[in-house]
Write a protein that binds this ligand. Structure first.
Ligand code: MF3
Ligand code: CO
Length: 250
């Protein structure tokens, strides 16, 4: 069942999205080579709570941390721990928070220091662009397939691949609500997009093949061919004026 949000809900989702954007920016600026990923979790947890918000990942289906840190061939859901961040690492940070009963969810990827090569640099750029394309394709009166088709077209036109096994999602009182929002599909197909729809669009893009595996910890998703992977995510709200990015970094 898809719950369309009211104007009051939208205000609360704006506040949740703002907290997520602020804390994600702090994490982005805090990353330095030599740091262990657990330190990023400590900062995320502290900065979320300092803003009167709740870390929504923590305890979600048993997930043990407030942030996901996924490095190089790790796609999503990396658990922070004692891994040391090295120069040239491709680090994806995924963060969610609840404010006044509503959730914001956003992710970004970055290279620590310089990218290892031009193709890696291109992967990061194309993944971020594909999120922009997906957002731009979301409009009232359109279809859910418009979003996935826009993401997929951009990614594949550059010779990269979109992950199939994990998708974006509706969002609101719960982090994961209906509908599922794939990063692939056909324009003009699927759910009719209506005003009041809130969704998280989150392309996960691999340099090699789209196949992924889940690790022994039950969480960490890696590319099967161990190629690099990047991830960007925004929570957006749809109405007749177009998509509003609730987790935009100012
Ligand atoms: N942004 C991710 C998602 O939408 C993060 C979930 S991590 C979890 O699925 F640990 F909370 F599950
Ligand atoms: Co999400």
């Amino acid at each position: 069942m898809i719950e369309l949000k009211s104007r009051r809900d939208r205000e609360k989702m704006r506040r949740a999205g703002h907290v997520v954007a602020e804390v994600l920016e702090i994490l982005r600026d805090a990353i330095v080579p030599g740091m262990v990923t657990r330190e990023l979790d400590r900062i995320a947890d502290r900065e979320i709570k300092r803003r009167g918000a709740i870390p929504v990942f923590k305890g979600y289906q048993g997930y043990p941390a407030s942030v996901c840190i996924s490095i190089n061939d790790q796609v999503v859901h990396g658990i922070p721990g004692d891994r040391v961040i090295k120069p040239g690492d491709l680090v994806s940070i995924d963060l969610g928070a609840t404010v006044e009963g509503f959730v914001g969810d956003s992710a970004l990827s970055l290279f620590v220091g310089s990218p290892p090569d031009d193709r890696a640099r291109e992967l990061l750029r194309v993944t971020e662009e594909s999120l922009r394309e997906g957002i731009a394709a979301a409009r009232v009166g359109g279809h859910l397939g418009d979003i996935g088709a826009a993401v997929q077209r951009h990614v594949e036109s550059h010779g990269f691949s979109v992950v199939r096994d994990f998708v974006g999602h509706g969002i609101g009182r719960q982090m994961h609500e209906d509908p599922q929002v794939p990063n692939y599909g056909e324009a003009g197909r699927g759910l009719l997009l209506k005003a009041g729809l809130a969704i998280a669009i989150e392309p996960m893009v691999n340099q090699g093949g789209y196949e992924v595996d889940v690790g022994d910890d039950g969480w960490t998703v890696t590319t099967r061919d161990h190629s690099l992977s990047a991830h960007f995510e925004h929570t957006i709200f749809l109405d007749e004026d177009g998509p509003e990015i609730l987790t935009a970094i100012s």
